[in-house]
Write a protein that binds this ligand. Structure first.
Ligand SMILES: [Zn+2]
Length: 256
């Protein structure tokens, strides 16, 4: 039995925790899985009743015995009471933005809908381009927002995954709205070709290595799909275009 619990147990534990570490005043969304009843050393198991989602700091402290079994039971019952927020520590001056099957390089605004920016970058004082995402939705409920690499959980997602590596974020809502973000280091054009079978990186006028920011989302009711596996990019009232629909370069307005 491996130490990492199966996917359905991980999901159960992060939903139970409210997607943040439930230790009072923590709320860190980068969760690990602590076995406490019985402890892993006594019996190897993945029984969610005897497990709790904790951030890496509180997981280590729990492993050293900082919390009693009663306290951990109470934290499980209560879940996270703090606002759940995190940040991407990936700071780059240039990105390859991958929007479903579309590519944008060095574009301030990578995606704009009806004149409103949806995916864009703001430079900080050192010139690092920080990611901003405003998720459009057909729902009246709020959606997760990403501002200058910081994100805040908004609305009531049915799942939110962000492993401690801090490289990916996936959020899913009841109406089917999903947002996936992933940072990927591409060492050369061959690595890019392996990852994006729908593109032709050898033709791209960009220099490797480059950091890609991949953005996937599905927004039922808006017809917007950004997916690496569905070769379409459609919007309500617009023709669906076949790929690659865009390779935007430089700051000459939105790429898409
Ligand atoms: Zn914590």
């Amino acid at each position: 039995l491996g130490r990492i619990p199966p996917a359905h147990v991980r999901r159960m534990l992060r939903v139970e925790a409210g997607f943040g570490c439930p230790i009072p005043d923590c709320g860190n969304p980068y969760l690990q899985w602590h076995h406490f009843d019985p402890p892993w050393a006594h019996k190897q198991h993945h029984d969610p009743n005897g497990m709790i989602a904790l951030c890496s700091e509180h997981h280590a402290k729990a492993g050293a015995g900082a919390f009693t079994m009663e306290q951990l039971r109470e934290y499980k019952r209560q879940g996270c009471t703090k606002e759940v927020r995190g940040r991407f520590d990936w700071m780059r001056k240039r990105h390859l933005t991958v929007l479903g099957c579309n590519f944008a390089f060095d574009c301030k605004t990578a995606l704009e809908i009806a004149g409103e920016p949806v995916v864009w970058f703001n430079p900080d004082e050192a010139g690092y381009q920080l990611l901003n995402v405003r998720m459009p939705t057909a729902s009246s409920e709020e959606r997760i927002a990403l501002e200058d690499n910081y994100w805040i959980k908004r609305g009531t997602p049915i799942d939110l995954t962000c492993p401690p590596s801090g490289r990916t974020l996936h959020v899913k809502y009841e109406n089917g709205d999903t947002l996936g973000l992933e940072f990927v280091e591409l060492v050369d054009a061959q690595a890019a070709a392996r990852r994006y079978s729908f593109g032709d990186p050898s033709m791209w006028p960009i220099q490797f290595p480059i950091t890609a920011v991949e953005i996937h989302c599905t927004l039922p009711g808006t017809d917007l799909i950004l997916s690496p596996t569905i070769p379409l990019f459609g919007m309500q009232g617009c023709m669906a275009l076949s790929l690659p629909v865009a390779f935007g370069i430089g700051d000459r307005g939105p790429a898409v």
